[in-house]
Unconditional design. Structure first.
Lengths: 485, 95
């Protein structure tokens, strides 16, 4: 049962071959028996999960069910869920029981999905390896000595290790796509503004976007159908007519123009990744696509620009953690200023503090124009590069990550090397475009490789179509890590 | 531009994060490396390019002037470190 996709599990629930309570119990049993070796979950709450499952079964019986009714979904611990511990991977929120639901959580609850548990993540979503979590690193089921990527590493491993058929995550610079690539599953970051940020603990508000992780493109379409939608409580939520993201899945790919940016196949790309991505493009050509060369000349600026803008926004967003209204407060202090300083020194981990300090610096008097405004100008150049490329192609493809999963600890002491592992994903967030990663092969060590598919604004249905047609012709997405039976 | 230990201490103070002397040294090393990466931005001419703060050109929405929130202060204060009589308690700031 635990290998089932969302679609097949949903069919089993609809035909009454299986109840949601049975499915939920099964996944919870697996997590309790096996997750100690991966640590993909921070919090389980069996009673709450089973109450949702019982309600879903009653709803199925009464005839009011949708595709996700009764389907267990793992939630990254960045999403506020009422009554659940919501830690964001930080000591700062290690005691925070959310008094309200995120918009995405409300939507999943309304669809009847079962919250199977809250997943581990890099602290405040700042990391590319899941090693910055206060609750310890997550291990990659393909090789437990490697990282699963980050920051949504727990959500990715929950799907890869078959602890849930799907999960939700967030992506500020690659945090859905990169862990999906490194764990052999699918992940989608929608167009900025499609999924409400309300109740998602804020990191960099002009870049943060929630999205699904699953085994197949088709399952991601089913999840996005529920997650997307206007929400007045997010000032950047887009007012658009609802879309059915499954509507184009069956369309043939004849005439699809695949843009291949020269800059995505440059120095630093692992040969095995280069080869696998090339083979995926060749397969898509057999399915009717044609390759077009495009240029993204300002790509190499994406990482520097991101490490000005994201920390600047983070330093402002994380100012709210002051030990007064919720979360951690230092046990000892002399006065108010000392309380703030000790609370933040003890409540935040090293990477979060590093980024707050970068952000505070680039926003401080005398440096604002040289760093922050300059980065915003370059951000426009990067967005314009994509706009020019999309005049020549329908989708852009390349690797999700320059390498497969690296060893735990390999980059933990070198922030710059860690930042550069997101070199192919970051520009997509800066431009606000939708991006996706799907499995497309393995390296010599047997570690999964991700194909990145980037679409124009609101092209999610087209991207899901391309991914689904590829998955009908290949079986990379159906491979299971060794030892997962 | 070369960052100094004084810069690190000043910024940490602005960010309200206590750092030790040893901590400041290792933070200086990390930030120096990160700013080397960031300095690559300076190579490009950005004259005449409008700053982009946001992926979509949006205007802030207006809404009707009606009550949308109800009083939940007891619920929200239930997760606060220290509360008394509906007030958040902090160390004394006025003598």
């Amino acid at each position: 049962m635990h290998h089932a996709t969302v679609k097949s599990l949903s069919a089993d629930l609809a035909s009454k071959r299986l109840s949601s309570v049975e499915a939920t119990r099964h996944f919870l049993r697996r997590i309790k028996a096996l997750d100690s070796q991966y640590r993909s979950f921070i919090t389980l709450d069996e009673e709450r999960s089973l109450a949702q499952a019982r309600a879903a079964d009653a709803r199925r019986a009464a005839g009011g069910a949708g595709p996700l009714t009764g389907v267990p979904v793992a939630q990254k611990d960045i999403f506020c869920a009422k009554g659940w511990l919501t830690t964001c991977g930080s000591r700062m929120l290690a005691n925070f029981v959310s008094p309200y639901d995120a918009h995405v959580v409300e939507k999943l609850n309304a669809a009847g999905a079962v919250n199977i548990g809250k997943t581990n993540m890099d602290e405040f979503a700042m990391g590319s390896s899941n090693e910055t979590s206060y609750f310890g690193p997550v291990r990659n089921p393909w090789d437990k000595s490697t990282v699963p990527g980050g920051s949504s590493g727990g959500s990715a491993v929950a799907v890869a290790a078959r602890f849930a058929p799907a999960a939700i995550g967030t992506d500020t610079g690659g945090s859905i796509r990169q862990p999906a690539a490194m764990t052999g599953i699918c992940g989608l970051k929608p167009t900025y503004g499609v999924v409400s940020r309300y109740g998602m603990v804020a990191f960099a508000s002009s870049l943060d976007q929630g999205g699904p992780l699953a085994q197949t493109a088709e399952d991601m379409a089913l999840l996005l159908n529920v997650m997307a939608g206007f929400d007045a409580r997010d000032s950047t939520s887009l007012e658009r007519a609802p879309e059915d993201y499954t509507r184009e899945l069956a369309r043939p790919l004849s005439g699809l123009r695949i843009g291949l940016p020269r800059e995505y196949f440059a120095a630093g790309l692992a040969p095995d990744v280069d080869r696998a991505v090339g083979e995926a493009v060749a397969e898509l050509k057999r399915l009717g696509g044609e390759a077009v060369e495009v240029n993204l000349p300002n790509m190499e600026l994406a990482v520097p620009v991101y490490y000005v803008l994201a920390p600047a926004e983070a330093s402002s967003n994380l100012a709210r953690f002051d030990g007064v209204r919720y979360g951690f407060r230092a046990p000892e202090y002399s006065d108010l200023l000392d309380m703030y300083k000790k609370t933040r020194a003890q409540g935040f981990g090293a990477e979060v503090k590093r980024r707050i300090l970068i952000g505070t610096y680039v926003l401080s008097h005398g440096y604002y124009d040289a760093y922050y405004i300059r980065a915003q100008r370059l951000r426009r150049l990067i967005a314009q590069d994509f706009a020019a490329a999309f005049e020549k192609c329908d989708v852009i493809m390349g690797p999700t990550s320059p390498t497969t999963a690296f060893k735990l600890g390999a980059k933990a002491g070198d922030p710059v090397q860690m930042y550069l592992s997101d070199i192919y994903t970051i520009a997509v967030n800066l431009a606000g475009l939708p991006g996706m990663s799907i499995p497309c092969g393995f390296d010599a060590a047997g570690l999964p490789i991700g194909l990145q598919i980037i679409g124009n604004y609101f092209a999610e249905a087209k991207m899901l179509n391309v991914a689904h047609q590829y998955q009908l012709a290949t079986d990379w997405h159906a491979r299971v890590p060794p030892g997962i039976e | 531009m070369a960052l100094t230990l004084d810069d690190v201490r000043r910024v940490a103070h602005l960010a309200r994060i206590e750092i030790s002397d040893d901590g400041a040294v290792s933070i200086l090393r990390d930030l120096t490396n990160i700013f080397e990466l960031i300095e690559r931005m300076q190579a490009v001419d950005v004259n005449g390019i409008e700053p982009m703060s946001h992926a979509q050109d949006l205007a802030l929405r207006l809404r009707d002037d009606v009550v949308t929130e109800h009083d939940q202060h007891a619920l929200f204060q239930s997760v606060a470190p220290q509360v008394e009589a509906g007030l958040y308690l902090v160390p004394k700031v006025i003598e």
